[in-house]
Design a protein. Structure first.
Length: 106
């Protein structure tokens, strides 16, 4: 699966998602884009979008963007905060459907 990590997610997370091709917004030179712009670009190039922005579902019309979104919920925003939920993230990547938002974590 091709996965895009939002700027709000530590890029080191990619090392913990084996079996997936993971790029960051920065890798794609999409840093600084609004969520709407980022999702519009991502839907044609990626199979899923991972973000730590817990308000994204209320800011965007997710069904129009037609890309699965996984929202990470953790105590902080360091890689160490996400390591305990890696298996949940991998499970969500396997099960999430287009236009769906899935929260993973606490």
């Amino acid at each position: 699966m091709r996965v895009l990590l939002d700027e709000s997610v530590p890029r080191q997370l990619r090392r913990h998602l084996p079996g997936h091709v993971v790029r960051t917004a920065r890798d794609m030179q999409w840093d600084g884009k609004s969520n709407g712009e980022l999702l519009a670009l991502a839907k044609d190039n990626f199979d899923a979008f991972i973000t730590a922005d817990q308000h994204i579902e209320h800011q965007q019309n997710i069904t129009e963007e037609d890309i699965p979104i996984i929202v990470l919920i953790a105590r902080g925003n360091r890689i160490a905060d996400y390591l305990p939920i890696i298996s949940d993230i991998l499970s969500a990547l396997s099960n999430v459907k287009r236009g769906e938002v899935v929260g993973v974590g606490a």
